[in-house]
Design a protein around this ligand. Structure first.
Ligand SMILES: [Mn+2]
Length: 507
């Protein structure tokens, strides 16, 4: 059977308070096309369907529209589990209705762990089928009782034991319900597995509890594949091929925007046989430009991106079918890449983060090695909606326009640059075609930083308010108070607990 593993959609997400719905809409339409084209039997969404516990109506509509259309595809079933950003109550509310469509939702751990075991019959009934041990994000209240007066280290150990205990229990329940010993078992999870890593510049709001929840080796051996969410960079865990994060569906920060996003396609046969899986890159419907360089370089990068975007978006609609481009980008796909994608990215002299983490082992896919999107960007195919048969989520080629790039600009300079915003707008105005309806690149934020280290007498480079997250503010306060490192670590752990508690009780 063939499974598509995706996670971390974050529907309703905003970037510098800009709505991401158009990108999500395009990505979900692509996902439906992919399910048909790749002949997917089962879809797994490993948590963080929504970005916030009380998402906008637009985000909810998008979700239900997707599920409605999914039910009309060849896909036999879907398993959707809650993440730390999701409201379990909200996800679970329609679960009985969705179950009648073979869409299985587990928003939070159930009191009866057997209810997290989902059996999926083989297509045509002639095979072992599949069992999914659906484990959502586990909240403390789901797995243990807090004890009065325990230290944060004791609490963490208790949490880790609770999590691995839950996996053991759900594995036993799956085995107990398995009638055919050849039926493979897949587990899901939304947690931080030891050995996993993300880009060091990650925006830590994504991870409300950053402690290592479980080690790769602690997952019961009976699982033939473990489909994880929570970490947004695709990777395997602890060197084990069958324990994987598939990565987020769209980039959630400008840093994530420099790396290819992917879903994972998993082919599974009989229990105990090795599974084979491969990443499939998600096309970018909007380029996120992260320009951290001196003014002239930034101006040039903006000009290039603007020209490229206009060249792409002014193609007459009838031309789109002649520009069918490869859907899963790899450097070898270069001939099919569009102008905006090959030319619309900053020159390599601007800061394009490359992942230099120890997990950068050879043989890993482009998505996992963090290749900047300028060399591995997938493209938007021009297939017509008629071919896919399903509508009305706008399918590629049926009116999904390429969205104007968004830029996050940080100018390196030692001078004071007056009217910086206007200077950059003027650069864009120079190259904006009269026919275009809006700016060819949208500047979401503009800031400056020192080119050379500041002299001791100079005021330090201060971050602006919208660059900070609550944890950074708290860490700053703790540092200023001059606590010992041990005390500071404890305070930070307590702060995270408090944040989790607030998020949990906000439902
Ligand atoms: Mn997430």
């Amino acid at each position: 059977m063939r499974i598509l593993h995706t996670a971390d959609w974050h529907l309703g997400h905003r970037l510098y308070d800009r709505d991401r719905t158009p990108e999500h809409r395009a990505a979900l339409a692509w996902l439906l096309d992919t399910i048909e084209e790749e002949q997917i039997d089962v879809l797994i969404v490993a948590g963080d369907v929504f970005d916030v516990t009380n998402p906008s109506n637009q985000a909810r509509e998008l979700y239900y529209e997707f599920l409605g259309q999914l039910a009309q595809t060849r896909c036999l079933a879907a398993v959707i589990v809650g993440g730390n950003h999701d409201s379990p109550a909200m996800l679970d509310a329609p679960r009985e209705v969705l179950r009648s469509l073979n869409l299985h939702v587990v928003g939070a751990a159930r009191t009866q762990v057997q209810e997290q075991v989902i059996k999926i019959a083989h297509p045509g009934g002639d095979g072992p089928g599949l069992i999914i041990a659906a484990v959502p994000y586990l909240r403390e209240r789901d797995i243990r009782k807090a004890k009065f007066g325990e230290t944060s280290a004791e609490r963490l150990t208790g949490l880790q034991e609770g999590i691995s205990g839950h996996y053991r229990a759900v594995a036993e329940a799956a085995i107990a319900q398995r009638q055919n010993p050849e039926t493979p078992i897949i587990a899901t999870g939304h947690l931080f597995a030891g050995g996993a890593s993300d880009h060091p510049e990650k925006n830590s709001y994504i991870y409300q509890a950053d402690e290592h929840n479980i080690e790769g080796g602690q997952f019961p051996e009976v699982f033939d594949y473990v489909a994880l969410g929570h970490i947004h960079r695709a990777q395997r865990v602890g060197g084990q091929e069958h324990i994987r994060y598939c990565g987020s569906l769209v980039p959630l920060t400008f840093v994530e925007g420099q790396q290819v996003r992917s879903v994972r396609i998993v082919d599974i046969g009989k229990a105990g046989e090795p599974t084979s899986s491969r990443p499939l890159n998600v096309p970018y419907f909007r380029t996120l430009l992260r320009l951290n360089a001196e003014l002239d370089e930034v101006k040039q990068a903006l000009r290039t991106a603007a020209v490229a975007h206009q060249a792409q978006s002014t193609l007459p609609p009838s031309d789109t079918s002649s520009t069918v481009l490869p859907r899963s980008g790899s450097p070898s796909d270069a001939p099919g890449r569009s102008a905006a994608e090959s030319g619309g990215l900053p020159p390599s002299s601007t800061t394009l983060p490359r992942s230099g983490s120890p997990s950068d082992a050879p043989g890993r896919s482009a998505a996992e090695s963090g290749v900047p999107c300028s060399t591995a960007l997938p493209s938007i195919s021009g297939r017509s909606a008629a071919e896919s048969g399903v509508s009305p989520l706008p399918r590629r080629g049926s009116g999904v326009e390429v969205l104007p790039p968004w830029a996050e600009v940080r100018i390196k300079t030692d001078e004071h640059l007056p009217n910086l915003r206007q200077t950059l707008f003027d650069v864009l105005a120079e190259v904006t075609e009269a026919s275009s309806s809006g700016p060819p690149v949208e500047l979401l934020r503009i800031s400056q930083e020192r080119l050379t280290p500041a002299p001791a007498s100079a005021p330090e480079n201060k971050k602006q308010l919208d660059e900070l997250d609550p944890e950074e503010v708290f860490t700053g306060i703790v540092t200023n108070e001059g606590y010992t490192p041990e005390r500071a670590t404890e305070l930070l752990a307590d702060f995270r607990n408090l944040q989790n508690w607030m998020n949990d009780s906000a439902e």
